[in-house]
Design a protein around this ligand. Structure first.
Ligand SMILES: Cc1ncc(COP(=O)(O)O)c(C=O)c1O
Length: 408
């Protein structure tokens, strides 16, 4: 498939009339996710063994091909060897939970270093964390549980691939399979936690449950902290196209760019699968609107029908535009990245990683949407390539090459 073939894509677009023009990140927003939490997440995570900033790759060949100035691709495939940006959220939230619980048990203020030192291993061994996942978040929670020494159960629905379940089990977690979809697995994990005194470490928040998802989002902002260090100061992005599942990723990115760049923050565009468009529908109505998933999308990590309430508090005023794409755009976008346009470095990107880029290319190929989104030859688009080949067998089936054949 050539770039021209993106021209026929069916996209839905909604311009958000609730967008907040103010350059200032308000105190109200800071109560959702403040700068101190973002700074603390960066200080803590950048101290973990194996930490390295993920690359911000300039896809100049692709940018030229679609007639814009640049595409900056934050490539998360190598993050902590876990294959996705989710490594930053779940594991960090497990650590924060353990700090809180060990502090309570010892009546002392315990630090991250104390947890990592192993001194409180006996207390930590009695703690169990649980979450629902479509793969990547569960892998991060399981990795964190193993790293810091607590027990872990992971709830998965039938649509999750065996490859992704095995990756979770490799960190010693127990996988529980659930009938139904992702949202059902969220509910079952919460019920099991209430019954067994386990701790839910979810990447989505709902009424009365916000602290741990807030830590997950703070962990994600390690990406934006790195980006701000990596970007040339005189060439800030004009647009961000970021994919949405429950909205935690988008909320974290939006909050941190707003805090850091104020009036210079880029135009913020959320891209979702049309089969799981809960953020789009919420944007249309100006309030949280859940949808039911009738058919699973190929973008497994984005197959969510229920919006994170915490993320929505940021996204309601922080999002300029909501866009949906069809599944048909995913394989061609993965192949484009695998091959590399012109001199662009070939990149391994999973099904959920490419949604933002697919939306950006398709929008640029569509005159009406190009105008509505303010795209032109001077646009510099920031993209979050949120996963590599998190299921290598699925990757090879879609792209026709193994991840090793492609490169990084
Ligand atoms: C690879 C990938 N990208 C993006 C997302 C979307 O993140 P969120 O659900 O926080 O919107 C996910 C969620 O699982 C994911 O796995």
């Amino acid at each position: 498939m050539d770039i021209q073939d993106f021209t026929g894509a069916t996209l839905k677009h909604h311009h958000n009339e609730n967008y907040d023009q103010s350059p200032d990140y308000s105190a109200e927003l800071a109560s959702v996710l403040d700068k101190e939490s973002c700074d603390n997440a960066y200080r803590t995570i950048s101290d973990w063994d194996g930490y390295a900033p993920s690359p911000l790759v300039a896809l100049s060949g692709l940018a030229k091909k679609i007639g814009i100035a640049d595409i900056l691709y934050k490539h998360e495939g190598g993050r902590f060897g876990l294959g996705s940006f989710k490594a930053l959220g779940g594991a960090y939230s497990v650590l924060q939970l353990l700090i809180q619980e060990v502090s309570k048990a010892t009546s002392m203020q315990i630090s991250a270093d104390d947890i990592i030192s192993g001194e409180y291993a006996t207390i930590i061994r009695e703690i169990t964390v649980v979450t629902a996942t479509d793969g990547n978040h569960g892998r991060s929670v399981a990795w964190g549980a193993e790293k810091f020494g607590c027990n872990c159960f992971i709830y998965m629905h039938a649509g999750v691939s065996n490859g992704r379940a095995k990756a979770v089990e490799a960190f010693g977690a127990t996988v529980i399979w659930v009938d139904g979809n992702y949202d059902q697995s969220v509910h079952e994990a919460a019920e099991a936690a209430a019954k067994n005194d386990w701790f839910v470490v979810s990447d989505t928040s709902y009424e009365g449950y916000t602290e741990l998802p807030k830590n997950v989002m703070a962990g994600y902002t390690v990406m934006t902290t790195e980006i701000i260090q990596q970007l040339p100061k005189d060439k800030l992005p004009t647009h961000v196209f970021v994919q949405g599942g429950v909205g935690g990723l988008a909320g974290a990115v939006c909050a941190h760019l707003w805090q850091s760049l104020g009036a210079e923050r880029p135009r913020f565009v959320i891209v979702e699968p049309d089969r799981a468009d809960c953020l789009f529908q919420s944007g249309l109505r100006g309030e949280i609107t859940d949808v039911s998933i009738e058919e699973e999308t190929i973008m497994a990590g984005l197959s969510c029908g229920e919006v994170s309430s915490l993320a929505w508090q940021i996204l309601l005023g922080g999002t300029n535009d909501f866009v949906t794409i069809e599944d048909e755009l995913i394989a061609p976008t993965m192949k484009l990245l695998a091959k590399g346009v012109g001199e662009d470095q070939p990149l391994v990107a999973g099904e959920s990683a490419v949604a933002g880029l697919a939306g950006a290319i398709a929008a640029r190929m569509n005159n009406e949407l190009t105008a509505k989104l303010g795209l032109d030859a001077s646009s510099r688009i920031l993209i979050f390539g949120t996963e590599g080949a998190t299921d290598p067998a699925i990757y090879e089936k879609i792209v026709g090459l193994s991840p090793a054949d492609v490169g990084v």
